[in-house]
Design a protein around this ligand. Structure first.
Ligand code: HEC
Length: 324
């Protein structure tokens, strides 16, 4: 949807588009498990029927860029447009370019055919639905042919959707506009080259940092402690072992699950599941991920003390674990 006049993509078109996506996925999955007559398939089918009907009517009387005549291009102009595409010189069109417009018309026509055959199947096989009167005029082999058509067209539609998506990606590229985002927000969104490059760098940097963190076990503990608000010059790491065994609530301490010996396996007091040794010297995966440390400290302190640990307690625990 690239507009020459900078109009937004109408909210109705966007809602219709994404509902269609959701319904197609639901219908395709539920229709494929040899159980096409199931409730979800039928309900989604009727939803789809009403959406498509409403959209067709709206295309004759609705918002400017929803009107069908804006999608109608002669095969010749569509073909010419496709030829020009390869030279990467986009031509601006009202509402849709000829290739996109033709594609949408084809998809709508296929949807109508799939819906009609689906409704027929429901009447012929389940003896329900709006085509029930036809049931007496259609024999079994004809009914089976209709079923085949329904299946066949759904697969062809899937292929067409593949073309549609490739077309969107290609047009996004040549128009330098982020069409998928525009279909969500409705606003014309151009790719900003500098921004795009910067965010790509950012994600690569974040990803490699993350990979580094997970695989090399390189945590900057001083930084972690600072993130807890601890002044690292005043750290006192001698109390860790006592804290580890401390029972603020009778019979509950860190040793309950992790045992007295950091180098040994522990057992979860409730689930009885095995907990691997806490010592990073034995278990190289220990203390290699700040998210994991923060998560488990929060959870385990709440379990053991019925409150979160203070920053100083957390530092002492981690230092104790690191040294043993
Ligand atoms: C109810 C059982 C239980 C208790 C009690 C318990 N923990 Fe844990 N702890 C776990 C489990 C389960 C895991 C995560 C399993 C794993 O990583 O193997 C874990 C993980 C951790 C981790 C993350 C280690 C890492 O790999 O980065 C830390 C740190 C930790 N516990 C500290 C403590 C401290 C401190 C106490 C006492 C305040 C405590 N735990 C009490 C069950 C417990």
């Amino acid at each position: 949807m690239v507009h020459s006049n900078n109009t937004d993509i109408n909210i109705m078109i966007r809602i219709f588009h994404w509902f269609l996506v959701a319904l197609f996925i639901a219908l395709f999955i539920t229709g494929n498990n040899n159980n096409g007559g199931n409730a979800i398939h039928i309900i989604s089918g009727y939803l789809l029927t009403s959406f498509v009907l409403a959209r067709i009517v709206w295309g004759f009387m609705g918002n400017e860029n929803a009107l069908w005549h804006n999608y109608l291009y002669s095969p010749k102009s569509t073909f010419n447009y496709l030829l020009k595409l390869s030279s990467l010189t986009p031509v601006k069109f009202k509402a849709h370019n000829p290739a996109g417009g033709t594609m949408i018309l084809i998809m709508i026509i296929m949807l109508v055919a799939i819906i009609t055959s689906g409704l027929l199947i429901q009447s012929l096989f389940e003896l329900e639905g709006i085509f029930l009167l036809l049931a007496t005029y259609v024999n079994d082999s004809q009914a089976l042919i209709i079923k085949d058509i329904h299946f066949f067209l759904s697969y062809i539609l899937l292929v067409t959707i593949g073309f549609h998506i490739s077309g969107v990606i290609y047009s996004s590229y040549i128009y330098k506009a982020n069409l998928p985002i525009m279909m969500v927000t409705g606003k014309i969104t151009f790719f900003n080259k500098k921004k795009l490059i910067m965010s790509t760098y950012k994600y690569i940097a974040l990803l490699s940092l993350y990979a580094f963190n997970v695989h090399s076990g390189a945590i900057d503990f001083n930084q972690l402690y600072r993130s807890w608000g601890v002044d690292i010059t005043t750290i006192n790491t001698t109390q860790g072992e006592q804290l580890w065994k401390r029972e603020l609530i009778p019979n509950k301490s860190c040793t309950s699950c992790h045992t007295n010996n950091l180098k040994k396996n522990g057992t979860h007091v409730k689930t009885k599941k095995l907990i691997k040794p806490m010592s990073p010297k034995i278990n190289q995966k220990r203390l290699t991920n700040t998210k994991k440390i923060n998560k488990w400290l929060k959870r385990n302190c709440k379990f053991t003390y019925k409150r979160e640990c203070t920053a100083a307690e957390k530092v002492n625990f981690i230092e104790f674990i690191r040294r043993n």
